[in-house]
Design a binder for this molecule. Structure first.
Ligand code: GTP
Ligand code: MG
Length: 517
């Protein structure tokens, strides 16, 4: 990630630390975390303690001991995660009831529905969803702390390496409970960006040679994965997924509850993280709509936390960005427009792919005044009738293009342009998405469900099983004469077996006319 954007990301997460319950984030080594003592080692009570200097951490480390266990043996690894043991069981002296504990858990659907029921507009509902679901500052800090724990392990082999988070932890679209994507950066060692001195002689390190960069990545990740598995406190369930297109090791960090993916040699994903971050800052509607759509997709079972043939959050985000580029006037620029404003420092060519875009794009205040409610409706209508059978989504151009290959859903990778970021999605999953989008477009068009007096109303109505909302409540309305297109839409909802292709227009999308407006 370019230094300027990193600074902004880190500054955003480096605000004054409030007292956490389980998690927090640090960009450096001046932070330690410790389960709070209560004598029982009850899981889930953690404090993140920020020190003003490294020497204080060293003092804590000097005062700490490797536990002596009766029936097991502790691997003598000194990290910055500690247990604080209450040596006076039964005594309350170690517990400070005045310590403020901030909620750090994932909000339940019921709680979310309750919290948005009091809102006065769909826009307010969506901003509340964003507030409730986004990563807290403490959680982000803890993510950086976990990276630094792993960094200490990797540094045993590669002293100049660094492990950095990417993906939703830092792209501004992270929700509580999202995985922790990490990147082992060896560029500092490999001297990839270093220019060679001229002259008659030069000195090179003697190195082991392997067939390709991929082979090197696989063996480095394998060894570091092994070390994490054996020595890193709290890291369990190591899986080595080294034959994937992007080799990775996956494990969980139990004290924080994070599902971790560690990759190496993944600079393009770092760059797409930075791109999403830039987009997230251009207009406040971007984040609110992405969070709303991600939340909707999860509740509808369109996305999942386990890998499979379903749409990923990354693909969904690209779909939202594409929609916002297609509005008239547009809400965000295309990637080509971002590239046109790039300064010299923004030029990035990675593995011959042009990953250049402006890191401080000067956004003219958008002429677009659409509300989030309008945009939510547009999202469902646009994708409810998009010609997925023929067209590809392309945020570089901000225009749909002919599909270069027959995958059901084609979203062009913004940097590796020959690739499809949603290649994993099968026709069944795409059909489910399209059906859900059409149903939601239809629900939102029900005038009665748009007002806080209705129960459930607005965005809440999209987060409930259909029987509880429009399909159940509006039988009466459905008997009224509807426009021909809406009638077709309802017929298509009944004909679940039909392929989505049959209902799409060959070029672009079909506008759905509201029943009542
Ligand atoms: P959640 O983890 O679901 O919250 O979102 P995420 O954005 O972190 O997605 P994920 O963990 O699946 O991937 C991490 C990052 O890898 C993404 O943010 C992208 O930057 C990148 N990425 C994911 N999938 C692809 C892909 O298919 N192609 C490319 N180029 N990058 C991808
Ligand atoms: Mg992720």
């Amino acid at each position: 990630m370019a230094a300027s954007v990193w600074r902004r990301v880190q500054a955003a997460a480096g605000r004054q630390l409030r007292l956490p319950r389980p998690h927090s984030r640090s960009s450096g080594s001046s932070v330690g975390a410790a389960p709070v003592a209560d004598g029982s080692e009850e899981p889930g009570h953690y404090a993140l303690v920020e020190f003003s200097g490294k020497e204080s951490i060293e003092a804590v480390q000097r005062a700490s001991t490797i536990p002596g266990l009766q029936h097991e043996c502790a691997v003598p690894f000194k990290s910055r995660f500690f247990n604080l043991r209450n040596n006076h069981l039964g005594s309350q002296t170690a517990i400070h009831p005045s310590v403020l504990r901030l909620k750090q858990s994932v909000i339940s659907l019921n709680e979310l529905l309750q919290n948005i029921s009091g809102a006065e507009s769909i826009d307010e509902q969506l901003y509340t969803v964003l507030e409730e679901m986004q990563l807290t500052e403490e959680n982000t800090r803890l993510r950086f702390l976990v990276c630094s724990l792993l960094n200490e392990i990797a540094a045993a082999y590669f002293p100049e390496c660094s492990i950095r988070p990417f993906g939703s932890t830092v792209n501004n679209f992270g929700k509580m409970g999202c995985d922790l994507d990490m990147f082992l950066d060896l560029d500092g060692i490999s001297g990839r960006n270093k220019t060679k001195p001229g002259g008659a002689f030069s000195v090179e390190y003697q190195t082991k040679r392997v067939a390709s960069e991929r082979v090197a990545t696989q063996s480095i990740l394998s060894v570091i994965g092994e070390c994490i598995d054996q020595f890193a406190p709290g890291c369990t369930g190591m899986q080595k997924i080294l034959n994937a297109r992007c080799p990775l090791v996956r494990f969980s960090h139990q004290p924080s509850g994070f599902q971790c993916d560690l990759t190496a040699n993944n600079r393009i994903a770092m760059r797409s993280t930075e791109l999403l971050y830039i987009y997230s800052t251009l207009d406040p509607r971007v984040r609110a709509l992405v969070f709303g759509i991600r939340c909707w997709a999860r509740v509808q079972g369109i996305t999942s936390s386990v890998p499979g043939a379903w749409i990923t959050n990354f693909s969904l985000t690209m779909m939202v960005l594409f929609l916002l580029q297609r509005r008239n006037p547009p809400i965000i620029p295309t990637l080509d427009q971002l590239k046109a404003q790039a300064a010299e420092k923004d030029v990035h060519i990675i593995e011959s792919h042009d990953c250049t875009f402006a890191s401080d794009y000067k956004m003219k205040s958008s002429q677009n005044t659409e509300t989030l409610e309008d945009l939510l409706q547009e999202f469902f209508e646009f994708y409810g009738s998009f010609a997925f059978n023929k067209m590809s989504i392309n945020i570089r151009k901000g225009k749909e293009q002919n599909k270069p290959e027959p995958s059901p859903l084609h979203i062009q990778n913004p940097f590796e342009q020959a690739l499809n970021v949603s290649k994993n999605v099968n026709q069944t999953q795409l059909d489910r998405f399209v059906r859900a989008a059409r149903e939601s477009a239809w629900i939102l068009q029900q005038e009665g469900l748009k007002h806080p007096k209705a129960e459930p109303w607005g965005f809440s109505a999209l987060l409930l099983p259909n029987s509880q909302t429009s399909m159940g409540k509006s039988k009466k309305r459905r008997r009224q004469p509807a426009s021909e297109r809406i009638k077709n839409l309802l017929d298509s909802l009944k004909a679940n077996k039909q392929s989505t292709d049959n209902l799409s227009r060959p070029n672009g999308h079909q506008k759905i006319i509201p029943i009542v407006r």
